[in-house]
Design a protein around this ligand. Structure first.
Ligand code: SF4
Length: 705
């Protein structure tokens, strides 16, 4: 019999149809795309279609372990509870932290957030989603007063101009890219512009590619804003009725991007191409600006997001079919984490600590004895606090920070210093589990149950269709066991994910009165069966919108105090570190088509290594010639923070003096290939998102060392 679930990789959130084998321990007998799922309508990319090969059999963590010894769950959770309590008594609640992941389900996130922020009393709850979309969140909040993605995937097909900035969707969000490519093939008048220093596979469908100087994106959008005014396409009525702060923002854009010539010099692209972009922008109402990590992973990522949003507000191109600024999340449940407060600067249900009365409201709802009162530490600050000895118990869930966080040497020092490192994972030997004092066996994708939310606000069920192996348990269950052992049994007495989902839904509507964007209160009494059968649906889901909400801000009302959106004046900023004589190359990082994150799953499927089978550094032939580097030769990359040895791939897809390295390979797959070890812990001051797209390095052919 077939069943429906959701792909656990990227933020597209494709529906998957599987049949469980006659002997369930043999996995799935078939796996295809779900024709009925509105994200993918039956399509799957190569990662999704090979999910069967990545069900975790090898290296599975099957029992809890404390200090290397197998123990029972009771022993493990009692031990954790006792250590947390002792540390909190001696050093206060902020000596504890959760470091979570966009791979865990919304229900897991909800319970972790509740335990930390309401019962332990710390807001030290952060996530690897900090590396993926934190700048987009802050950009939306500054503009709209809420973390609201206005658009949906259909808008990508219905627009006449699609500006893709900082995204190689062809490889990172392949099904969305396929939908865009199919729409463009059907509607030749649709134009696609790609703004990216690299000439990626996404450029295959581009009518115009602007290979901008790395980090210069904000100038392009300030230019479009200034040009909108010059070409009389700003929407005065919309600006007056629905926004604040236009004049100062326009003045700032006109100062930093006065004309095509200035912007051309700043961004390193031709005046003709800028004029072409401005003409298309000025003459095309149905425009979507699609952006992802290339924008977010920057020390001025929030400003870049607002530079994009400013252009849409100025022209009133938001809240209508085929229009809007649209950030795309990297992970399958980055959005779900945002809904429950899974970032250290959020409280819960799209309320922040600074939201008036929110702390008291959530405390009342949770009946919480120890409410955190202020923001906790974001990912980079969290690991620095661990190294400084301020955080003494760190619980890492479903992520591999020893490879994924910048400056992995700092992460190693932090994990070595930490008094108690707890790692929940389904594998026993990742780069991070090596530093765990306590290992908790978690459920992989095919065994865990709950919900995820994709990039277009669509909540989908992920279903636990295979029996749990060994002693593996759901993350929410493990957290509840610890909470119970700490004396909080009644607040964590959930019997199932259904119980948690109902409570999460109820909190979203608790004394809400339309004040918050995220509201799924219609589900607060959902039956067990209806939860099991839940079809994909876009939030908000309320009495007024029982079938979900395809598009936000259709009435021009936002979630600020006066219901008007904010323009944000943007000063164009440079990346924080510039290349110099010692470190002459700009290092950009990203993903390849067939791998996912640190390859803990995709590395198991041999077929996924056929496309690209080893780590590499992409170098412009001109630079390679100057350094006597041949194609395929080993090259040592060094920075102030570490080094990596990678095979050279000569390519004019990168600009001269720029190199590109994919993020996936870990010490386990190729011992000296961890690109994060080269990247400094520089972050956007507002979002805390690391500048992973702009480090500086030196290169040497290995033979010459
Ligand atoms: Fe999975 Fe993303 Fe591929 Fe869809 S596009 S099948 S969600 S990896």
């Amino acid at each position: 019999m077939s069943a429906l679930t959701t792909c656990p990789y990227c933020g597209v959130g494709c529906g998957v149809k599987v049949s469980v084998a006659e002997q369930p321990e043999n996995g799935f007998s078939s796996l295809t795309g779900d024709d009925s799922h509105p994200a993918n309508f039956g399509r799957l990319c190569v990662k999704g279609s090979n999910l069967k090969d990545t069900l975790v059999h090898e290296d599975r963590l099957l029992t809890p372990r404390v200090d290397g010894q197998d123990v029972s769950w009771q022993e493990a959770t009692d031990y954790i509870a006792e250590r947390i309590q002792r540390v909190v008594e001696q050093h206060g609640p902020d000596a504890f932290a959760f470091y979570l992941s966009g791979q865990i389900l919304t229900e897991d996130y909800y319970v972790a957030n509740k335990l930390a922020k309401g019962f332990i009393g710390t807001a030290n709850v952060d996530t690897n989603s900090r590396l993926c979309m934190a700048s987009a969140v802050v950009g939306y909040k500054r503009a709209f007063g809420s973390d609201t993605v206005p658009c949906n995937y259909e808008d990508l097909e219905k627009c006449d101009l699609l500006i893709m900035v900082g995204s190689n969707a062809a490889w990172t969000h392949p099904i969305l890219f396929q939908r865009i490519a199919a729409a463009k093939a059907k509607r030749p008048k649709m134009k696609v512009v790609v703004i990216d220093p690299r000439k990626t596979a996404t450029c295959d469908i581009a009518d115009l590619h602007l290979a901008i100087r790395p980090g210069s994106d904000a100038a392009i959008f300030n230019f479009l804003l200034a040009e909108s005014e010059r070409r009389f396409v700003t929407n005065g009525e919309y600006i007056k009725q629905h926004t604040n702060g236009f004049d100062a923002t326009l003045a700032s854009a006109q100062r930093s991007a006065p004309n095509a010539k200035t912007v051309s010099v700043h961004c390193g692209v031709s005046e003709e191409d800028l004029e072409r972009l401005a003409t298309w922008w000025a003459t095309t109402d149905k425009t979507v600006s699609f952006y992802s990590q290339g924008v977010n992973q920057s020390s001025s990522g929030v400003d870049k997001c607002n530079a994009i949003i400013n252009c849409h507000l100025a022209t009133g191109r938001i809240g209508q079919e085929g229009m809007g600024p649209f950030s795309i999340t990297g992970q399958p449940n980055a959005m779900g984490g945002r809904e429950v407060g899974g970032l250290a600067n959020q409280l819960a249900a799209h309320m922040d600590f600074a939201t008036p009365n929110a702390i008291e409201l959530v405390q009342r709802f949770w009946q919480a004895p120890n409410m955190a009162q202020e923001n906790g530490l974001k990912a980079i600050d969290m690991f620095q606090a661990v190294e400084q000895g301020k955080i003494k118990v760190l619980w890492i869930m479903s992520t591999n920070p020893m490879v994924s966080l910048p400056d992995t040497e700092q992460v190693r020092r932090a994990l070595e210093k930490c008094e108690l490192v707890i790692v929940s994972d389904c594998k026993q030997s990742t780069d991070t589990t090596a530093y765990a004092d306590v290992l908790l066996p978690a459920l992989p994708w095919s065994e865990k149950d709950g919900t995820v939310t994709n990039s277009e606000r669509r909540i989908s069920r992920q279903r636990g269709l295979l029996p749990a192996r060994g002693e593996a348990k759901a993350d929410w269950w493990a957290i509840c066991q610890v909470a119970g052992a700490m004396g909080y049994q009644s607040a964590f007495s959930y019997r199932s994910v259904h119980d948690i989902f109902r409570e999460h839904a109820a909190l979203s509507g608790f004394e809400n009165h339309g004040k918050r964007d995220f509201d799924i209160s219609l589900f607060s009494n959902i039956s067990e069966q209806a939860y099991q059968d839940l079809l994909p649906i876009q939030w908000p889901v309320t009495k007024e919108s029982p079938n979900g909400t395809a598009r936000m801000f259709t009435d021009g009302r936002f979630f600020t105090a006066d219901r008007k959106a904010n323009f944000i004046p943007i000063d164009v900023k440079e990346p924080q570190i510039a290349p110099d004589e010692d470190w002459p190359f700009v290092l950009n990082t990203g993903r390849v088509r067939d791998q996912w994150h640190t390859m803990t799953r995709t590395g198991d499927a041999a077929i996924l290594s056929r496309h690209i089978d080893q780590p590499y550094v992409e170098i412009h032939p001109q630079d390679a010639a100057a350094l006597s580097i041949a194609d395929h030769q080993l090259v040592r990359l060094t920075s102030l923070y570490g080094e990596a040895v990678l095979r050279a791939k000569l390519s004019d897809q990168v600009l001269p003096k720029n190199v590109f390295v994919p993020i996936h390979w870990t010490r386990q797959f190729a011992s000296q290939s961890v690109v994060s070890s080269l990247i400094p812990q520089i972050v956007d001051a507002l979002s805390g998102q690391p500048e992973s797209k702009h480090a500086v390095v030196n290169l040497q052919p290995v033979e010459n060392i």
